[in-house]
Structure formats: C-alpha cells, structure tokens
Design a binder for this molecule. Structure first.
Ligand code: PGA
Length: 250
C-alpha cells in the first residue's frame, strides 16, 4: 500500500496564536493511520508553533508556503530554505497558482526555488495547473508540461524526491472540484511526463488540490492516480480537517 499525503495550505490565515489553537483542537481528534501522512503549510510566522506541536507525531510534518532561492543575504522580506528549515519546515510549496498568477512567478523562478529547496533539505511540492481559458482552449497538457519543465535542472535522483500537486486554477477556492476522472486523466499525463524524465511511475506522488472538502475527499482518494490532496479553505477548521484526513476510513 502506498502512502497518501493530506496537505493543508493555510495560505494567509492562522498566525502563531491561531495555529496553536488549531493544533490544540486537532491533535486530540487525530489518530495515526497506516500510510497516511499529514503535512501542514502555515504562514511563515506560524512554522515554529506548528513544528513544536507536531514534534511527537512521526506521521506529520510542517512546511513553508514559499521560499526565495538565495540562502541568506540582503533580501528584505524574503524567507530562505535554510531559515524555513531552522523554523521546523521539512517541505515547501513551489509554484502555487497564487504565486504564479497573483505575484507573477515564472517557470525559471520556480526552477530556482526547487533547486534552493533541495539544497536546503526541504521536500519541494511543485504545484501545477491550468486556468479556465487554457482548459477551454485544450492546452491543459501543454501548460502543465511547461510548468513541469521547472524540474529539468534537477538530477533524476532529485526528481524522485519532488511531490507534484495538480491544482486546476478554476477549481481553487471556487467550490468547483475536478471530477476524479478528470483529475486522473491529468495525473496520468503528469506521471508520464515524470517517467519521461527518468522517474519510475510508482515513485511519482501526485496530490490533487482545488475545493477538496469533507464531502468529496473520499471519492477523489478512491482514484488510484490520486496519491493525496492539497487543501486550502477546508483545512482551516480542525473538525473539517479531521474529516478529510480520515476520509474513506469509515
Ligand atoms: P482550496 O485551495 O482548497 O481552498 O480550493 C487549494 C489550494 O490553493 O491549495
């Protein structure tokens, strides 16, 4: 049985006080489950609070939502991989659609962040996904292939460590989830692309993200192509998050 990753992207919510409150509510509800891992991506200021709350939980880790590619220096306002690691991060989201489309992050920048993450001992979670107009124009595969090109500077061994999150932009925060079939079709394309870059199909971990909630998580996770979920809005509430992380077990 392969592992399933439940990743929470808190975006710009839950500062250190709220993060501790969340953990105090969530941890008593949580039971460690075989092959299920919980990864929490809080805002940078809350990394340490979350890391401390998780320190006795081998099935959970925390990660940063974004990093800059330089390890240190005069870069006011930025967070580097070594600094995030020191705060307790063990993973990092790279190329989230909000980074690409709100902050104008480019594929070459995403590639530099993946390099920085690997060099800084953070597991990169590379987010890819098409916009509505790209889907309607039939260019989903081309758009995702271009986004996956950020992996071309990595060695095959490094590529094996990267997690991919497929998040169609039209599904993020909209309540419109891709059907398991639609998601699986794109996941197969992503898997083939990674295989083309030297990674074994079974080594590729692909999460689905975009309006995942307690009502649709189980049906998405029944799809063998979907190796986990990346959840925004519904991950902010401890009870909803518990329902998602236990989806399909009842
Ligand atoms: P959502 O966000 O679950 O609120 O759609 C997902 C994400 O942006 O990672």
């Amino acid at each position: 049985m392969s592992r399933t990753i439940f990743a929470a992207n808190w975006k710009m919510h839950h500062g250190p006080v709220d993060a501790r409150t969340f953990m105090r509510a969530f941890l008593p509800l949580h039971r460690s489950m075989p092959q299920r891992e919980i990864w929490i991506f809080p805002p940078a200021v809350s990394l340490e609070s979350v890391a401390q709350a998780l320190r006795d939980h081998g099935d959970m880790l925390t990660g940063a939502q974004n990093i800059y590619w330089e390890p240190q220096g005069a870069f006011t306002g930025e967070l580097s991989a070594p600094l995030a690691h020191q705060a307790g991060a063990r993973a990092v989201l790279v190329g989230h659609s909000e980074r690409r489309h709100v902050f104008g992050e480019t594929v070459p920048q995403t590639a530099k962040k993946i390099r920085a993450a690997i060099d800084g001992a953070l597991i990169p979670v590379l987010c890819v996904g098409e916009r509505t107009e790209e889907r309607e124009a039939g260019t989903t595969t081309a758009v995702i292939e271009q986004q996956l090109a950020a992996l071309d500077d990595c060695s095959t061994a490094e590529r094996r460590t990267v997690i991919i999150a497929y998040e169609p932009v039209w599904a993020i925060g909209t309540g419109h989830t891709a059907t398991p079939d639609d998601a699986a079709t794109v996941h197969r394309t992503i898997r083939a692309s990674l295989v083309g870059r030297g990674v074994e199909a079974t080594e590729v971990t692909i999460l689905y993200g975009g309006s995942v909630n307690p009502a649709n998580a189980a049906v998405l996770l029944r799809e063998p192509e979907i190796n986990g979920v990346l959840v925004g809005g519904a991950s902010l509430d401890p009870a909803k998050w518990r329902a998602i992380t236990t989806a399909g077990l009842d």
